[in-house]
Design a protein around this ligand. Structure first.
Ligand code: GLC
Length: 483
């Protein structure tokens, strides 16, 4: 239970006694959970909470491709990465970072334009940073003044300063699903900072040593999420980030997170509240114990296709290359992943049954950088021709990945994503024995010759030139059981 009623003396006395005598015991009773890795084929999400119908998750899984947007007052600076707010800087510089909203005035922000960019890319949903780790709210809230509608923020004077509301409206108008990203950690909140990793006042023991601080922060999050769930109509996805406080320990050489029961109870209450307002809401797995509906490998693809629902989130810019910005806007010279790199990721993710959430970092003036728009458009042009292999498709029935590319599936139809087109005179080997009744190119529809070799092996004779310079799709219809 989240309790924010004024503490009475008896309560304070009991808390003090607990602190004096109870801490060691309390720690002994905490649950111990090993840190999760994405390497096994065990279910990542053991149970979905509170009866979210599986059809709803299937619907989410069918959207396949979404736009992630990281944006806020910090986009204005050369730091170009929100983590720098609490890293390295001197205390005076840090304080200044929290003043950035006073110059945040994205006069060229146009949510309809963003939605158009996403639609042209073939995306079916959006997830936007309503509040990132700095605590600044890109939405109207009664819980703090650190928000876009604060008169001290110049953008508050614009016609529709509630950026979140504008995004929700514009994307919905284009029939896309909408999601709120919400950071559990909050470096600005007067109590939240104690529970927020990397903040200079972060204190792993604070939940136990100062329970009232915890209660105030938990209640703040609860009320903000109530606002986010009620003020924008039914939201499809809530995308939490980072975790709620835990004590971390090394036991027998293995790193463990030790969950605090109070924190767990508060989170459960929050999720239940949200689900009550919006029974169809889908939530990710971060900081919500076992109650998330999908897992979120970040900047990577699980080695083995995980059991259950999952989504890889990734930056369009390449954080490994100089000047490239990770999730953030990093100036006009940022370097972006090539269409080839991005399409290989997409193919592998879809062939393993995941969704793909691709991030852009808009500029401080409100425009998505042209380099990002161009890359998205290239993907979208490909999707217009080959989308059948993507939307509504399911994971490959086979565990081995062919050396020429990847496979997605729709019933008895398999889509072969051929990156490595056979050289002239060579054929494409199929990694299954099922009889192929028909094979054709998605681009243009021309049929592909099926060759039955001795034994059961089937190969395909493809046209000499691939229709697409990166990846072309061949659809094949097969009979017989698929694994
Ligand atoms: C990482 C970053 C965080 C970002 C998130 C998106 O956790 O640290 O700032 O929002 O990735 O997945």
């Amino acid at each position: 239970m989240i309790k924010i009623s004024k503490p009475n003396n008896l309560l304070l006395l009991s808390i003090s006694l607990l602190l004096l005598f109870g801490c060691a015991n309390q720690v002994g009773k905490l649950n111990i959970l090993p840190v999760q890795e994405f390497k096994t084929n065990q279910p990542l999400i053991p149970e979905a909470i509170l009866n979210l119908p599986s059809e709803r998750m299937e619907e989410w899984n069918d959207w396949k491709f979404g736009l992630f947007i990281h944006w806020g007052p910090w986009s204005q600076t050369e730091i170009g990465a929100i983590w720098q707010i609490v890293k390295k800087d001197s205390p005076a510089e840090r304080d200044q970072r929290f003043e950035l909203y006073k110059t945040f005035n994205p006069t060229e922000f146009d949510a309809d334009e963003w939605a158009q960019v996403a639609q042209d890319a073939g995306m079916r949903y959006v997830v936007f940073t309503t509040k990132h780790h700095d605590g600044f709210c890109n939405f109207e809230t009664n819980q703090t003044n650190f928000k876009i509608t604060n008169p001290e923020c110049p953008y508050s004077g614009s016609t529709n300063p509630d950026i979140t509301g504008e995004i929700v409206r514009a994307f919905r108008e284009k029939d896309m699903a909408v999601g709120h990203y919400y950071s559990h950690i909050d470096w600005h909140h007067p109590q939240g900072k104690y529970f927020s990793q990397r903040h200079w006042d972060f204190d792993k023991t604070r939940v136990i040593s100062h329970p009232m601080d915890w209660t105030k922060f938990a209640d703040f999050e609860k009320e903000q999420l109530r606002e986010l769930m009620t003020n924008y109509g039914p939201i499809d996805i809530v995308w939490f980030d980072i975790r709620w406080p835990y004590v971390s320990r090394d036991i027998d050489g293995i790193h463990h997170r030790i969950n605090n029961p109070q924190v767990k109870e508060d989170m459960l209450e929050i999720v239940q509240m949200m689900r009550k307002i919006n029974p169809e809401m889908i939530i990710n797995d971060r900081g919500v114990h076992d109650w998330g509906n999908f897992a979120t490998p970040e900047q990577k693809i699980p080695k083995v296709a995980p059991v259950g629902y999952w989504e890889t989130n990734m930056t369009i810019s390449d954080p490994n290359r100089r000047k490239s910005g990770g999730f953030w806007y990093k100036g006009p010279d940022a370097l972006y992943k090539s269409r080839n790199e991005l399409m290989q990721v997409m193919a592998e993710v879809f062939s393993k049954g995941g969704n793909f959430l691709l991030n852009v970092g808009p500029q401080p003036n409100g425009k998505i950088p042209q380099g990002e728009i161009d890359r998205l458009k290239e993907i979208g042009d490909w999707m217009k021709i080959n989308g059948e292999a993507v939307y509504g498709s399911k994971r490959s029935p086979f565990t081995t990945i062919p050396d020429w590319g990847f496979i997605t599936r729709m019933g008895q139809k398999l889509y072969l994503w051929v990156f490595d087109w056979p050289a002239s005179g060579e054929t494409l080997a199929l990694p299954f024995d099922n009889p192929v009744t028909k094979a054709w190119l998605l681009d243009g529809g021309s049929s592909v010759k099926v060759i039955k070799n001795k034994g059961n092996a089937t190969t395909l004779r493809l046209p000499e030139f691939a229709p697409d310079s990166v990846v072309s799709i061949i659809a094949v219809e097969v009979t017989g059981n698929l694994p």
